[in-house]
Design a protein around this ligand. Structure first.
Ligand code: GLY
Length: 355
């Protein structure tokens, strides 16, 4: 698989990614190299990763607890302190080996430590491979609100080795597939069809689809890295999806939803909004609902849940001048940005989802 050029950095695949990494390390003269992991990737991914590093140097391992609940400023403070205690300087490198929490938080820590040190993303979850690690978005949650503090800053490279997916449970693979389906919905109807027609989510079929998904996302980010316009398309399903994820994350009586599970609901809801505001035809809405509910089931919302979720929309990062703005579909494969939607239609979308 050919490496993908993002302008600011490259994305390398499979065993070739380690060739690129070793030659980069050899030519860069970093004063020290840190590998940032969570407790799971420490156990299941770090040994494989280290066995592929031929460049001889001392590596320090920094570990965080696993999970979205730890993606916050307290964890950042701990990692900044550890870097300081281990004498990290501006010529240090942080390698983020993990899922979206590790790459988002690690990228943010690196971007802010001593006003910015170099970092590399080595995503180990499907979600991080096709979305979080690519495109330079870094950041953490604030209270229960997703990704409220962060910065766009690019890694030195992204290394995608799908073999890491072998250690993942099925539900994590399903979660990542939601972002891949989104890439098809917003930009490529043929890709959506091929992916949604898959009979099973096996690594063999997924490998090429992962590559194509990264190509779709990378093309968008390259044209609009700072999300002034086109990049907002990538937020399809995320306005409501993030609010749902935040709500479940901060409710004591709810099981936390994985990111992909939350945005799958968000995409069905926002597909409904698309029929009312952007001309998406009913037949495509039905198709979208069927694909997502078959893969992820139906999440139940009572009136209080729905009202609280709609209330959370005011914190969405795409809002401006007090208006809630959505990225919606004109048809499968084509999306529009900055669409303002009436609250009654959002309520209707929840009824449609439950029907
Ligand atoms: N996850 C959406 C983006 O990177 O823009």
């Amino acid at each position: 698989m050919k490496s993908i050029d993002s302008g600011a950095y490259s994305i390398h695949f499979n065993e070739h990614c380690y060739v690129e990494l070793n030659s980069f390390l050899e030519s860069s003269n970093f004063s020290n190299i840190f590998i940032f992991v969570d407790i799971n990737t420490h156990e299941y991914c770090l040994p494989t990763f280290l066995s592929n590093i031929s460049y001889s140097c001392e590596l320090e391992i920094i570990e965080m607890e696993a999970g979205e609940h730890h993606k916050n400023l307290d964890t950042c403070t701990q990692v900044w302190h550890t870097l300081s205690e281990l004498d990290a300087d501006r010529k240090s490198l942080l390698i983020n080996l993990g899922g979206g929490v590790v790459t988002d938080l690690g990228g943010f820590v690196a971007s802010t430590f001593k006003r910015g040190i170099s970092f590399i993303n080595v995503p180990t979850s499907l979600l991080a491979m096709v979305d979080a690690s690519v495109g330079g978005k870094t950041g953490v949650d604030l209270g229960g609100l997703k990704n409220q503090v962060g910065i766009i800053n690019f890694p030195k490279m992204v290394l995608i080795d799908p073999l890491f997916l072998k250690s993942l449970p099925k539900y994590e693979i399903r979660s990542g597939v939601a972002e891949m389906l989104k890439h098809g919905l917003i930009k490529d109807a043929e890709y959506w069809k091929r992916l949604s027609d898959l009979k099973s989510l096996n690594l063999y079929d997924l490998e090429c689809l992962i590559y194509e998904s990264v190509v779709i996302k990378n093309e968008i980010v390259k044209r609009d890295p700072n999300e002034f316009g086109e990049r907002k398309q990538l937020n399809f399903g995320h306005t409501l999806g993030h609010a749902i994820e935040s709500y479940f994350l901060s409710s004591n009586n709810k099981t936390t939803l994985l990111h992909g599970e939350a945005i799958a609901v968000g995409m069905v809801l926002e597909a409904y909004l698309s029929t009312k505001n952007c001309g998406l035809i009913n037949e495509e809405l039905l198709q979208i609902k069927k694909v997502f509910t078959n893969l992820y089931g139906i999440v139940k919302f009572n009136k209080k849940d729905k009202d609280s979720i709609i209330d959370l929309l005011k914190y969405d990062k795409k809002n401006s001048h007090g208006e809630i703005k959505f990225a919606l579909l004109e048809c499968i494969g084509k999306s529009n940005i900055d669409v303002i939607v009436n609250e009654d239609i959002i309520n209707e979308a929840f009824s449609y989802y439950a029907s």
